[in-house]
Design a protein around this ligand. Structure first.
Ligand code: UT7
Length: 335
């Protein structure tokens, strides 16, 4: 479908809490080593919130940075979309909490649950609202406090995740502006539901002494199953998106993938024929922040001077669900 209006990213904001949890710290907590974590995942450290800090707090910081950057009042924001699997609470939505914190009076919005693909799904929702002409200023936010659902006695999961948030503002482009969203392919595949999930706290297993005793309120992951699926699907969906737009990896300026594991990223990059200097990897500093990884990686690319107005960028993700996403765009924000 040809959009009525081109949609573009006009600003980016990111936030991570200041406290660090390093591999050395984890060596003292569980039976692991810095060498194992670095070699198997690429992670050196991650940022972790202090007690009482929630996803809406991180989301607010990222969104507020955008308002400052663009010099716009909170009341100009029409829609707030928040991707998270760690909402402050089951309801109200984190979007409502962010709206209140920002003072975005008159906005509407909601949460999107798609785990590590949450940011891409949220971004596409924002793009649709702009492309149809329904809204002119939409915030797409990815925010997760993964430390709130991690068992720090389980070495298979606690070394991977961190806390963080990022947001972009999506606005209409002027006629003829090439720096817009180009195309996307997103998929969900519920057959992977049992490979990565949090069993308790929802309507199937409401929180109880039993669910807590059985540690069902934490992330459970079959790492190898997720790894194999992610390696296959991230490359597959990315290739399909490029092909149908008459492009190859060589045409891209940047590949900004979800940061789950350095080996998953490099395997997809190799399949796409992307040289390492065009692949954004910041998992070493942040770990896997779930919905936060892609905007945080955009921030890293911008700091490194690699993400510029007009850059042709491929975003890609695989996450719990399973959820899969690939988005092709030209970066629209001023440098
Ligand atoms: O973003 C959401 C999607 N999530 C992902 O994409 C995660 C995908 N999966 C992965 O990234 C990897 O599977 C992991 C990083 C989770 C695990 O790496 P792996 O190379 O697949 O390790 P493994 O699970 O096959 O385990 C290999 C060995 C096992 O020991 P044995 O059975 O060979 O003796 C594990 O017990 O490594 C052991 N192990 C560890 N050793 C030291 C597992 N975790 C650790 C650890 N430190 N933290």
């Amino acid at each position: 479908m040809t959009p009525l209006v081109g949609a573009k990213i006009t600003a980016l904001g990111t936030y991570v809490p200041p406290r660090l949890l390093t591999n050395d710290d984890l060596e003292k907590m569980v039976d692991t080593t810095n060498d194992w974590i670095l070699e198997r995942t690429g992670i050196r450290e991650r940022h972790i919130v202090d007690k009482g800090v929630a996803s809406s707090d991180l989301a607010f910081e990222a969104a507020n940075a955008i308002l400052k950057q663009r010099g716009i009042a909170p009341t100009e924001i029409e829609t707030i979309l928040v991707a998270t699997v760690t909402p402050d609470m089951l309801f109200p939505s984190t979007a409502c909490l962010v709206q209140e914190k920002l003072g975005a009076k008159g906005a509407w919005g909601f949460d999107v649950s798609a785990a590590c693909s949450g940011f891409l799904f949220t971004l596409q929702t924002a793009v649709q609202f702009v492309q149809t002409g329904a809204h002119k200023k939409v915030l797409a936010i990815g925010a997760d406090v993964m430390s709130s659902i991690i068992n720090y006695e389980d070495r298979a999961t606690c070394v991977i995740f961190g806390d963080g948030a990022g947001a972009v503002l999506v606005e209409p482009a002027e006629d003829g502006d090439p720096n817009v969203f180009i195309d996307y392919i997103h998929e969900i595949d519920g057959s992977g539901g049992c490979s990565l999930y949090m069993p308790a706290g929802g309507s199937k297993h409401p929180s109880s002494h039993e669910t807590v005793d059985k540690k069902m309120h934490y992330v459970h992951q079959d790492g190898q199953a997720v790894f194999k699926y992610a390696v296959r699907k991230m490359a597959e969906v990315s290739e399909k998106l490029l092909q149908r737009n008459g492009l190859t990896g060589h045409d891209l300026d940047l590949f900004i993938p979800h940061q789950a594991n350095r080996r998953i990223i490099m395997s997809a990059a190799e399949r796409l024929g992307m040289p390492e200097d065009k692949v954004v990897i910041n998992i070493g500093e942040y770990g896997n922040t779930t919905a936060g990884t892609i905007p945080l990686a955009m921030g890293t690319a911008r700091e490194q001077g690699k993400l510029k107005k007009g850059s042709l960028v491929l975003l890609a993700s695989v996450g719990a669900g399973f959820t899969v996403g690939a988005t092709l765009l030209r970066w629209g924000a001023e440098d």
